[in-house]
Ligand binder design. Structure first.
Ligand code: FRU
Length: 570
């Protein structure tokens, strides 16, 4: 692609680009201005004036030739990328950065280098190039390619009208950024509304066809009540670039279910000889998971609640279940739920994620014990979604809690957890989560500190992993920069706790550890992910203050290794 720049006076931008045949340029823009594509002096595409609210635009280039892009408002472009549909699966998108000086284009490794130049951006954890990201959605593997979709707001780094962003990977670790996959039904920005293409799951039917079940929140003017949510199916086009053939399959809420009615997960149930779907909701104010059945995936009947939370959850602020997950592990069924709005009275943590293990018989879920397993004691592990890939149950979650957020003016918001593999403990009473083997395979783990005793050490730059092996009672790891706390992890009286620079002590991030003798901690520019007791105890925190420690104080009787995580590829 050739690239030649001409400048005129004022805020104008005029640039010639050679574009191949079939090239697509997609962008979101807002603000006063116009945008024009000329070929041989003739205008072939034009937006005469951008609206004051963001809007989506698309230019489809036909014959391979040079175009001149002219605009008097380059900074009205909020997000832009281009791609050739035939090759985007290999190359990913090219990001177009508009400014008065012209258009800067970046693809593949250039995007990675550009992201790495942000000293505050985690390295091991997936994040969007720009703007707001939340839940992982539509997770699946097709052939050798992993697909990560995510809740995405393409015109700002705050939550807003929801789209599905998309990235692909050959190894669950290195990601290629793809075009936005799914758009909201209506132009919510123009309406001054929120809503859009909410969370959902991939489902592969028995004939092999792939579809995505998801919720559309219709234009909403209140964040907490009175909105309408309906369930839809989208199918991928043949290249997995865009959703198409969207149909609405469920609009009717059961009695007692109000506005929260979302985040479908669907499976084919052999025992029932039918399709089954769960949704997150509340019944008469109690957070609940609803079960629906269908013979054709299109007409759905309500079969009853799969789970209704004990009354204390409602009393403690929980409004609904979000992103329920339900899957088989060995001969058990596992239900995972987030209770939005819930504040745990003892520790003041909110929006925790819980699991139940049990049997699923004749459309009834019978937990082995009513006691909920706290899945991640750190709170920044939410909206977990898992999927089966060749016999492994793989999960991602969104590292966020609404409690803290990136500093104002950040170019993006949101990271994903490390991919985790889920399994059951030996006595099948606990769900275990550990990083997938691909993380270890991808990152050379050179020990920079090996110690059998307490001591003071200088830390290499993130990302790092710390491993403790042996009795953990009394252990303490304190990471600092210039004497100021970055993070502290300690075990006292069988309780594991994590503290970050931003904590004022009003919330307690704690878990019972018992006699565990293993702990792995990943630190990645503010993200602390802890796995102990073979994955039975996991804690994830996302800190935004003092995220670059250079010093580690270790007090422990366990043997300690600090590993520098370096990509073997780069
Ligand atoms: C969870 C959630 C989902 C919803 C989506 C909207 O974080 O609130 O329940 O589908 O995010 O972005």
């Amino acid at each position: 692609m050739t690239n030649q720049m001409e400048r005129e006076n004022g805020p104008w931008m005029k640039q010639n680009l050679f574009l191949p045949s079939g090239y697509c340029l997609e962008f979101w823009a807002a603000g006063d201005g116009f945008f024009r594509f000329n070929i041989d002096g003739k205008t072939v595409w034009e937006a005469r004036s951008f609206p004051i609210h963001p809007e989506f635009f698309k230019y489809h280039h036909r014959e391979a030739c040079e175009v001149t892009i002219v605009t008097n408002a380059p900074d009205a472009v909020l997000w832009a990328y281009g791609y050739q549909p035939q090759t985007v699966n290999e190359t990913g998108v090219t990001v177009f950065d508009f400014s008065e000086k012209g258009i800067l284009q970046r693809t593949g490794a250039e995007i990675e280098d550009w992201l790495r130049s942000d000293p505050d951006r985690p390295v091991l954890h997936f994040s969007p190039i720009r703007h707001w990201m939340n839940d992982p959605v539509g997770l699946c593997k097709i052939g050798k390619l992993w697909h990560l979709f995510f809740q995405f707001h393409p015109s700002g780094s705050e939550w807003g009208p929801m789209h599905w962003g998309h990235a692909t990977s050959h190894d669950l670790v290195d990601w290629l950024h793809m075009p936005v996959f799914l758009h909201p039904e209506q132009n919510l920005w123009r309406l001054g509304a929120t809503g859009g293409a909410f969370s959902g799951n991939a489902f592969r039917d028995r004939d092999g066809s792939l579809m995505f079940f998801y919720t559309e929140r219709l234009p909403a003017y209140d964040l907490f009540k009175g909105y309408r949510e309906i369930q839809k199916i989208a199918r991928p086009d043949r290249r997995m670039i865009k959703a198409e053939g969207i149909v609405t399959v469920l609009e009717q809420r059961p009695d007692g279910v109000e506005h929260d009615f979302r985040d479908p997960k669907v499976w084919w149930d052999d025992a029932a000889n039918g399709y089954r779907m769960i949704l997150g909701a509340s019944i008469e104010g109690d957070p609940a998971v609803l079960l629906f059945g269908s013979g054709d995936c299109l007409e759905w009947q309500y079969l009853g609640p799969l789970y209704r939370a004990p009354v204390n959850f409602r009393q403690e602020g929980a409004r609904a279940v979000e992103c329920p997950d339900f899957f088989q592990l060995e001969d058990k069924w596992v239900l995972v739920m987030g209770f939005v709005g819930h504040v745990e009275p003892r520790t003041r943590r909110h929006n925790l994620l819980y699991a139940l293990i049990g049997e699923f018989i004749e459309d009834c879920f019978v937990p082995d014990t009513p006691e909920l397993q706290l899945l991640d004691f750190g709170t920044d592990y939410y909206a977990m979604q898992s999927f089966d890939a060749g016999g492994r149950q793989i999960a991602f979650a969104w590292l966020f809690n609404w409690e803290y957020r990136k500093p104002e003016g950040s170019s993006y918001s949101g990271e994903m957890s490390l991919p985790r593999v889920l399994s059951l403990s030996k006595d099948k009473n606990k769900l275990l989560m550990l990083p997938v083997i691909e993380v270890d395979e991808h990152y050379a783990a050179d020990p920079v500190i090996e110690s059998d005793q307490s001591g003071q050490y200088s830390l290499p730059k993130a990302p790092i992993e710390i491993r403790l092996t042996g009795p953990l009672e009394g252990s303490k790891l304190v990471a600092t920069k210039d004497g100021e706390l970055a993070f502290e992890v300690s075990v006292a009286d069988g309780i594991l706790s994590v503290r970050l620079a931003q904590d004022d002590g009003s919330i307690h991030y704690v878990a019972e550890l018992g006699e565990a003798k293993d702990l792995r901690l990943f630190h990645d520019f503010g993200i602390v992910e802890v796995f102990a007791d073979g994955g039975a105890v996991c804690g994830t925190r996302r800190g935004y203050v003092n995220i670059d420690p250079d010093h580690l104080e270790i007090s422990t009787t366990a043997s300690t290794q600090v590993l520098e995580k370096r990509s073997r590829k780069h």
